[in-house]
Ligand binder design. Structure first.
Ligand SMILES: Nc1ncnc2c1ncn2[C@@H]1O[C@H](COP(=O)(O)OP(=O)(O)O)[C@@H](O)[C@H]1O
Ligand SMILES: [Mg+2]
Length: 303
């Protein structure tokens, strides 16, 4: 679990606040100001949503979880690391040549210069472009090939502008996804509620081990499993959920994302589910997931 830099204990917390210049016992600090202060001074938590399988709900989860956290006033940066740029278009951002992590990954420019604002408050994006596909090959040919993304993102993390960074990965365990594991604090797995869903878990956990053992990111942890595309009408979906809960009791989030057509329609309008259909079951599910994420990773004082 990430450790906040500022104490969470209320009495210690007020000592920290009172130690600020211009504050004394007579100065009333509203709780909201305390929360804002604490959020600002807590470190950035980086999540990667990686999985070698395509079509399991990674991008849908990356986009809508990021949007839900932003809706809860958590400064969030979504990084689109998939050359297909689905997350970029799902946020209604146009792809632009030279605007992605491709340049920074090959030593040209800074990640910070690639950050763009979105239509949503508290949500920024580093878009993707097709050229990023070349990074898969170029990174593999370079020194320190597992550390590229981590190094490129470090100044952004140090700047502390974002409380959360979410990385959306391509549907393969290539160099970009492996680099995202090296750069992240936590892996979130999107797991489609379907036959053989558990088989993929073994492979991704072996990659987590590889990253830890290579010494590039010893603190990488499986942060959670998001079960997606749950079809209430099938027994199979229920069985998958039960299986996952049995094998990884602490990891699955209680919130299960339902299969709903609204979630699949939203990206074609360049909208998150909250902008497209804010009262739909998909929107409610991603809001609930965000609440769990906030509580599990202590992203806010008042989770
Ligand atoms: N909960 C859901 N209900 C219905 N369709 C979904 C859901 N989640 C994702 N989809 C759709 O399934 C397809 C694959 O999802 P996506 O998030 O792009 O997966 P990935 O990024 O893992 O390839 C997309 O067309 C997406 O709109
Ligand atoms: Mg995707």
């Amino acid at each position: 679990m990430p450790r906040p830099l500022v104490p969470t204990d209320p009495s210690l917390r007020s000592n920290v606040i009172l130690s600020l210049p211009g504050m004394d016992n007579a100065t009333r600090v509203p709780d909201s100001a305390v929360s804002t202060f604490l959020t600002l001074f807590m470190r950035t938590v980086t999540f990667t949503i990686a999985n070698q399988k395509g079509g399991v709900g990674k991008t849908t989860t990356a986009v809508n979880l990021a949007a839900a956290l932003a809706e809860k006033k958590i400064p969030t940066l979504l990084i689109d690391l998939d050359p297909q740029a689905n997350a970029t278009s799902a946020l209604g951002v146009e792809k632009k040549e030279g605007l992605s992590l491709y340049g920074p990954l090959r030593g040209e420019g800074k990640a910070g210069d690639m950050v763009v604002s979105t239509a949503y408050a508290n949500l920024e994006l580093i878009p993707s472009e097709e050229d990023l596909a070349a990074a898969e090959i170029e990174i593999a040919q370079s020194d320190n090939y597992l550390n590229k993304l981590r190094t490129v993102l470090q100044p952004l993390k140090d700047a502390g502008k974002h409380r959360v960074i979410i990385i959306d990965c391509p549907p393969s365990m290539g160099m970009l996804s492996m680099n995202s594991l090296a750069a992240a604090d936590f892996l979130l797995i999107a797991l489609q509620c379907e036959y053989l869903a558990l088989e993929g878990l073994g492979q991704i956990m072996r990659n987590v081990e590889r990253i830890r053992e290579a010494g590039v990111n010893r603190s990488l942890e499986l942060g959670g499993v998001v079960m997606t595309m749950f079809d209430i009408r099938t027994n199979l979906a229920r069985q998958v959920v039960e299986e996952v809960r049995k094998h990884l009791p602490e990891k699955p989030f209680d919130t299960v994302i339902p299969r709903t057509v609204r979630l699949s329609e939203a990206p074609s309008f360049g909208k998150t589910i909250f902008a497209y259909d804010p009262l739909s079951p998909g929107a409610t599910a991603y809001r609930n997931l965000a609440k769990e994420v906030i509580a599990r990773f202590k992203l806010k004082e008042s989770a």
